[in-house]
Design a protein around this ligand. Structure first.
Ligand code: G6P
Length: 615
């Protein structure tokens, strides 16, 4: 949710900032801007509504010389997407400029006070209030930029990652974070980079410092990085070595990141499994579980908190954990959980799932669970992100950077980790026999090959997508493990093609959605050969009897549904608990091709952002 970039050094400031913004565009893309601190000591601010490419066109004839700069790509919270609401914002006297990711909750109060002191505002944003506040303090107290930022932040309630530059201090960037991520790259010859994640600077340095909540960084050209907190106490600078590579951040010959990420799934699943399914599939080894055996053995209940696609993975986790570990599981939207007076006990295990590791609601849910004394375990993709740092133990999904806004490989990675987790906990609790664990373990080792096989359906799905592209509504149905797959399939279609799609438990269809069925509304039915197969065949018949068209995902060799459905996509036969990974892949491809047929921007769908760092 909003991406920020900063740079101070001998390189081409504008080029580095723009390239960085492109890398962060997955975080928001309704407007973008740069503030360049020019060699003559001016701050030139250029902003444009729309994607970063619009900003580049706008900047073509401008003076772009700079010794330092900050930049922003926006996902609007306060004020519509427009040139004037785009960041950077500056103080009325034009002396300082700021970029911000987050929300200042008490901005109205601060604005009223500043207006009484004679400040006037040009945008509708909370960020401009912060810019004016910092400058007001700097002028009134005759203090340094650093001290002014610190004093201003003491008055702020909300979430922020900010970067601030000042005209009269051209070799300095002040950065701070509270609940929104910020990484600092330490470059050569005293240069520094700054960004919402490390991707904008990975090609320049692998030395990275992740700022912690409440910290302020003083980034000065040629001077060692200094980090303090709001009380001006100095913190240690923890330098992490980045493991990212540039190739992971590029499309690698695919037209879109989403397609690349769908096709990466065999290898991302291999990475996810590596070292965790051991002894030829006989045993499961998850460090975060092994190190906390007692917590998992004694857990009376597991509570899963997540948002979006991660919540769908959590629903599959419920089936897995209840089946294998015989422990009650509840799955909550983190945004609802946090405001529902949740009853959490010390013998609950809370599992937070988040691709980005930065989702604000999930972080808040973790905090509540920790305060209630529960053991909190994180499942995340982004190494060094907030959720792995805030949880007591956890497990990375290791699928590499996911850039397409619609989550694909992260979803299958999350489901894979939840499957491994359920097996590992079952080992500890003794709820599955060694033979049962080995049977699934051995199949998990083959799963990436099965996914490769499913990807071969791509040309068939591309052809089928032409038939379905012009439907205005879709229904997705599944039962048991396939019910969350139906929800996720519908979400993928909505997100990138803007077609209304509803996921439903197949048996519930007769309590409402059945009224919608006609020839105009296709129903996608996820119907692998599992213990509910006979039941879902009845549901297929119910749709058929009402003239609905059916696209079914079935196990290879299925002739019963093949005779009823208009179209079928056959997937390999796997144990029921592994079926969600296999059946979700064709649905990802279906959404992708439908969106492409409709001419949509699948990697950057309207209004969405990949990392939701605001409530
Ligand atoms: C946004 C993204 C989704 C994601 C959700 C939760 O809505 O567009 O793809 O599932 O946030 O994000 P998280 O990073 O916590 O998994």
């Amino acid at each position: 949710m909003c991406g920020i970039v900063g740079y101070l050094g001998e390189g081409n400031v504008y080029d580095i900032l723009i390239k960085g913004l492109h890398r962060l565009e997955y975080r928001g893309y309704d407007s973008a801007g740069v503030a360049l601190v020019s060699p003559s000591g001016n701050i030139n601010v250029f902003k444009a509504k729309g994607k970063v490419a619009n900003l580049e066109s706008f900047c073509q004839s401008k003076d772009l010389s700079a010794r330092a700069g900050i930049a922003h790509t926006r996902w609007a919270t306060h004020g519509e997407p427009s040139d004037v609401n785009a960041h950077p914002h500056f103080s009325e006297d034009g002396n300082i400029a700021i970029v911000h990711n987050g929300t200042i909750e008490n901005y109205k109060l601060l604005k009223d006070v500043l207006e009484k002191h004679g400040c006037s505002f040009h945008s509708e944003t909370d960020t401009e209030v912060l810019a004016q506040l910092i400058e007001y303090i700097r002028v009134t107290n005759k203090c340094s930029l650093l001290d002014a930022v610190r004093e201003a932040l003491k008055q702020v309630v909300g979430a922020y990652a900010i970067a601030v530059v000042a005209k009269d201090d051209p070799d300095t960037i002040i950065a701070a974070r509270q609940s929104s991520p910020l990484a600092i790259g330490i470059g050569e010859n005293g240069s520094y980079f700054l960004a919402s994640d490390a991707s904008p600077f990975v090609e320049y340095t692998n030395e990275c410092v992740y700022l912690k909540d409440g910290e302020i960084a003083e980034i000065r050209r040629g001077v060692p990085l200094k980090i303090t907190n709001l009380n001006n106490e100095e913190s240690t600078v923890d330098v992490t070595t980045l493991q990212l590579s540039i190739s992971q951040l590029e499309k690698g010959g695919y037209p879109h990141f989403m397609l690349k990420e769908i096709f990466e799934q065999p290898s991302t699943l291999r990475d996810c499994i590596r070292g965790r399914v051991v002894a030829d599939g006989d045993r499961i080894n998850i460090n975060g579980v092994n190190d906390n055996k007692e917590k998992f053995r004694n857990a009376k209940r597991i509570v899963i908190v997540a948002c979006g696609t991660s919540w769908h993975a959590g629903l599959i986790g419920k089936y897995l954990l209840q089946d294998m570990c015989k422990v009650p599981v509840v799955v909550e939207y983190a945004s609802e959980f946090r405001y529902s007076n949740p009853i959490i006990n010390a013998d609950d295990v809370v599992i937070a799932i988040s691709q980005s590791g930065e989702t604000a609601d999930t972080l808040a849910a973790i905090q509540i669970a920790k305060e209630a004394g529960a053991f909190v375990f994180g499942i995340s993709n982004v190494v060094g992100s907030s959720i792995p740092r805030e949880t007591y133990a956890g497990c990375y999904i290791h699928v590499g950077p996911e850039i397409g806004v619609a989550s694909t490989k992260a979803f299958t990675g999350q489901v894979m980790v939840l499957t491994l987790l359920a097996l590992a906990i079952a080992q500890i609790r003794g709820t599955l026999s060694d033979e049962e664990i080995a049977k699934v373990g051995k199949c998990i080792l083959k799963l990436p090959d099965y996914v490769e096989q499913v990807l071969k359906l791509s040309p068939q799905i591309e052809r089928l997508s032409l038939i379905y592209t012009y439907a205005r509504n879709f229904l997705y149905l599944g039962r048991g493990y396939s019910y969350p797959v139906a929800l996720e399939g519908a979400l993928k279609l909505k997100e990138i093609s803007y077609i209304h799609a509803e996921g439903y438990p197949a048996a519930e269809m007769k309590h409402g959605p059945i009224a919608l069925i006609d020839q105009e509304m296709p129903t996608v039915i996820i119907a692998p050969q599992d213990h509910l197969y006979e039941k879902i065949v009845s549901n297929v018949q119910q749709v058929k009897a009402r003239g609905g068209s059916i696209l079914a995902i079935v196990t290879e060799g299925d002739s019963v549904i093949a005779n009823l459905a208009d179209h079928v996509l056959e997937v390999p036969d796997v144990p029921e608990c592994l079926s969600p990974i296999i059946t979700s892949v064709p649905l990802q491809l279906l959404s992708y091709y439908i969106a492409i047929n409709k001419g949509k921007d699948v990697d950057m769908p309207r209004n969405l952002a990949k990392s939701v760092t605001v409530e």
